[in-house]
Design a protein around this ligand. Structure first.
Ligand SMILES: [Zn+2]
Length: 132
């Protein structure tokens, strides 16, 4: 199995509506985006997907977020622009173009959210311990 990863960044403002804490106020991050692709078969040239193509598609997707207030974008009108929701949005848009396996959004050097399809350990916000 081969895995590729391409990284890019964008600067944006956001605020988390309904969050009790400092993140409720408008603030900014330089978000780091990592897009992963997996596959078993290489093209005859010896690569899975051309890095250049992944970079171009990723840039096209995050161009909409760069230097914007994420809360004002249509996609985040009904959901908070958390790193989780940004990761899923990038994943869904990338999936239309390339066989993406997961997307990770870093909102600081120590905090990241990853979205991928499938189930593993599920955190259930309705259960008391938070874990099922
Ligand atoms: Zn934030």
């Amino acid at each position: 199995m081969y895995e590729l990863m391409v990284e890019d960044t964008f600067a944006a403002a956001h605020q988390l509506v309904g969050y009790q804490g400092p993140c409720e106020n408008l603030h900014g991050h330089t978000f780091r985006v990592q897009v992963f692709l997996i596959g078993e078969e290489l093209k005859k040239e010896g690569f899975l997907v051309d890095f250049k193509q992944i970079k171009t598609e990723l840039r096209e997707i995050i161009k909409e977020f760069d230097h914007h207030n994420l809360n004002e974008l249509e996609v985040f009108k009904k959901q908070n622009p958390t790193s989780e929701n940004i990761a899923r949005t990038v994943y869904e848009r990338m999936k239309k173009k390339l066989p993406v396996s997961k997307v990770t959004i870093w909102e600081s050097p120590t905090s990241a959210a990853t979205y991928y399809e499938g189930k593993s350990e599920i955190i259930n916000p309705k259960s008391e311990q938070g874990m099922v």
